[in-house]
Design a protein around this ligand. Sequence first.
Ligand code: MN3
Length: 180
Amino acid sequence: MKIHHDKHHQGYVNKLNNALQNHEELMEKPVEELLANLPALPDEVRDGVRKFGGGHYNHSLFWRFMSPDGGGEPEGFLKEEIDGMFGSFEEFQAEFNEAAGGVFGSGWAWLVVNEEGGLEVVQTANQDSPISDKKVPILGLDVWEHAYYVKYRNKRGSYIDAWWNVVNWDEVADRFDEAR
Ligand code: MN3
């Protein structure tokens, strides 16, 4: 996780800054605003924002989705909504695991709030972010090989199983409240 944060995430930040170096007005905007409006960006920066802005934004979320005191299950309103949408927490977890395990190549699995205010499990490729599809990410898992190869080698499933033990449900619930 330290290499992941200090090297990989920092790399995205550096490359995003580089991509925007001649666009001070864009540098001043929050990265999620740029990602939510990719078609509106100048052609020469759009791809850089998508890749490196997405990498920065997705990882910024990812660290907050985890806590040493995490794990267990959501409570309250979020639990009710998960039960209502997926049937049960276990069924939600199974769908999320399938999405995370099924990403071909590099990408992410997400729990998002869609435009109708409902919960959905989605995948994104590379560093694409659900925010670019008008979906608000409230939980996400990085399944790039760089996220697990050092500790889990090729066993993505073991990494996914272990990750549930550190999910910060308080953060997920806060983001859920904000998104609705
Ligand atoms: Mn990563």
